[in-house]
Design a protein around this ligand. Structure first.
Ligand SMILES: [Zn+2]
Ligand SMILES: [Zn+2]
Ligand SMILES: [Zn+2]
Length: 254
């Protein structure tokens, strides 16, 4: 199984437009963060988690030549606004791409991208050709790949993280109920959101994310969805063993 962390920044990305702070002016490439998304290759399938605002650049940088399916965590703009560029894949390979999302996320996707359901535009293939697959909080398959949804709180909404084999990807969470945490035991790699030092109502802070990781004990944890408050090298040096800040284009093999 191959994983690429395509983007590891919070909704504004890093650097933040107009900001001259230490992180935003850092020369370290690990302090340049596109919006959060991941690419997974397993069981002959090419699976994306979210289509970030920076989708096009992420596909070009990583030379990704095809996508079979997208798993959506939730409907917030930073996680969905690249969807239109799936069109390049559906045109090139003359196929439909399967989108998987929970009920409320699916509803919002269909409102935001209403035009992709226009039959005339579908006939002319001038929109991304997508199939909407609504998921529940129970395992489903993409081809022969089993995906286990993990329901987490993102402030007062519920969203999905996903587990595939020994890899799990949880973004934009602020709390995880005990029965959902059980789905995250025995992991080789956990990708988990950690926004900043100060607490936030809808995202884990760095301290909270570290506590979740320490309780789950995956072999390795990579922290994502990070703001410009966290300078990569300084924060990384202070993290416990086995836990580190993710960075864009980090490639993992499991
Ligand atoms: Zn987000
Ligand atoms: Zn800044
Ligand atoms: Zn969000």
């Amino acid at each position: 199984m191959k994983v690429i962390l395509l983007g590891t920044g919070t909704s504004q990305g890093v650097p933040v437009i107009g900001c001259t702070c230490e992180t935003c002016t850092s020369k370290n490439p690990k302090d340049k963060r596109l919006r959060t998304s991941a690419y997974i290759e397993t069981g002959g399938r090419k699976i994306l988690i979210d289509t970030s605002v920076d989708f096009r650049q992420q596909m070009l940088t990583n030379r990704i030549d095809d996508i079979d399916a997208v798993l959506y965590t939730h409907h917030h703009v930073d996680h969905i606004f690249g969807m239109d560029d799936l069109r390049q894949y559906t045109q090139r390979h003359n196929k439909f791409i399967d989108l998987y999302a929970g009920k409320s996320t699916m509803k919002e996707l269909k409102i935001t991208f209403r035009y992709v359901m226009d039959e005339e535009l579908i006939r002319h293939k001038s929109v991304p050709l997508v199939r909407f697959n609504e998921i529940q909080n129970k395992p489903f398959t993409v081809g022969n790949v089993e995906v286990i949804p993990v329901k987490v709180s993102h402030g007062n909404i519920k969203i999905f993280g996903f587990r595939i084999n020994d890899f799990a990807y949880i973004t934009d969470s602020s709390a995880i109920a005990p029965e959902e945490l059980k789905k995250l035991t025995g992991l080789k790699v956990l990708v988990l959101n950690a926004l900043r030092i100060r607490p936030h109502p809808t995202h884990f802070s760095l301290q909270e994310a570290v506590e979740v990781a320490m309780s789950l004990k995956p072999k390795r944890t990579y922290l994502t969805h990070v703001t410009h408050d966290l300078l990569h090298d300084r924060i990384n040096a202070a993290l416990p063993k086995g836990i580190e800040l993710a960075y864009d284009n980090l490639k993992l093999r499991l």
